[in-house]
Ligand binder design. Structure first.
Ligand code: FNR
Length: 350
């Protein structure tokens, strides 16, 4: 089996091996409870418009799978969940199919299974406009995710070592592609400086994908036979820290939150911290590998749970969540102090 196929299989199996639903950076974020919601559950509208795309609910299945026979089957399961629940879905990096056309079917299965839903293609920032066009055509994708994953590449012995052209590649893709572009991290988070740089080259959707869930330094170290880079396993900003950073500087771009988001309360907290949409990867992988039908039921239950939480907060739509009062403590508060972000501002927004 070629190395690339092994890698995709190992990423999926190791993400499952390290799957952990314990601590979350969102534990440092609490809502102030006000006793009168002044609305009814039926008043909630949780749909989101982003760069011309309509999302019926504020969460989606983020990039993971494809590139080997097994991960193609996993993509079919994930796409079935997307179709039955109306969720958008991203494939994993389609670069495997550019290198080996035999793998195309392991990505196309997402569009074939889910012909009418929102499907995002995915490539790394080392790719230029021509490859981006090829993968959008292959999947008839509604949007293109470009992943930015320097720490992962560094920990991979076979990883990329040339990052100097990445931002120009992203600019070229944004200007020439013709479908919306999402620039995304892969679990190391973003700084305000990164968000500003992405906005300056025209990116309109930024997934800050922070630390707290899947840890690619841990996964790649596990795959490395020797000279492991253990210290990089704590590299990067948590999802909460990344949202705090982004919120300080973002202008017209829309923020997507991912990284360790596993349940409705974490989604609603992320949406209250300036995100317009939330992406879940390892949580969906974990559920899809266990039972697709059960996952579909869980997604329906999550929609109802989000509506319940939004009602308690007195918020009729996703934008209203930015008026909720949030108490930041622990590491989140330390981060704010160090980076000169006002926690008082978050506590009294209503
Ligand atoms: C990923 N992720 C990912 N991201 C990306 O942009 N392209 C990719 O090919 C992959 N591949 C991939 C495989 C597997 C098995 C996992 C679990 C994840 C990263 C993913 O989209 C997300 O940014 C991080 O995983 C953080 O989210 P979670 O997993 O903590 O919800």
């Amino acid at each position: 089996m070629p190395k690339q196929n092994n890698r995709k299989n190992e990423h999926v199996s190791l993400s499952e091996k390290f799957y952990d639903h314990g601590q979350s950076s969102f534990d440092d974020v609490r809502f102030v409870h006000h006793s009168f919601p002044q609305m009814d559950v039926k008043d909630v509208d949780m749909s989101v418009q982003l760069d011309g795309l309509t999302f019926h609910v504020p969460f989606f299945i983020n990039a993971m799978s494809g590139g080997s026979r097994w991960t193609g089957k996993v993509n079919e399961k994930l796409a079935t969940i997307a179709r039955e629940t109306g969720l958008a879905i991203a494939t994993g990096s389609v670069s495997a199919a550019l290198k080996d056309p035999e793998q195309e079917g392991t990505f196309k299965i997402v569009r074939e299974t889910n012909p009418n839903g929102l499907v995002f293609a995915n490539l790394g920032a080392g790719h230029g406009l021509e490859n981006a066009k090829r993968v959008v055509d292959l999947l008839q994708a509604d949007a293109m995710q470009i992943h930015i994953n320097a720490p992962q590449e560094i920990v991979m012995p076979e990883g990329d070592r040339e990052f100097s052209g990445w931002i120009e590649n992203i600019q070229e893709i944004v200007q020439g592609l013709g479908v919306p572009v999402i620039a995304k991290e892969v679990g190391f988070g973003m700084s305000r400086e990164t968000v500003q740089l992405l906005e300056s080259v025209g990116v309109q959707m930024i997934d800050i994908s922070g630390r707290g869930g899947t840890n690619f330094a841990q996964i790649e170290n596990y795959r490395r036979p020797e000279q492991k880079l253990d210290d990089l396993e704590s590299w990067g900003q948590t999802t909460v820290e990344s949202l705090l950073e982004a919120h300080e500087v973002v202008q017209s771009a829309r923020i997507i939150a991912s990284g360790g988001i596993r349940r409705p309360m974490e989604m609603v907290k992320a949406l209250s911290m300036g995100a317009s949409l939330t992406g879940l990867s390892s949580q969906f992988m974990h559920m899809a590998l266990e039972d697709v039908d059960q996952t579909i039921e869980t997604v329906h239950a999550w929609k109802a749970e989000i509506a319940s939480i939004m009602t308690l907060l007195g918020t009729k739509n996703i934008a209203d969540l930015n008026k909720t009062d949030l108490i930041l403590s622990g590491q989140a508060a330390d981060w704010c102090a160090a980076r000169n972000i006002s926690i008082q501002k978050y506590a009294s927004r209503g």
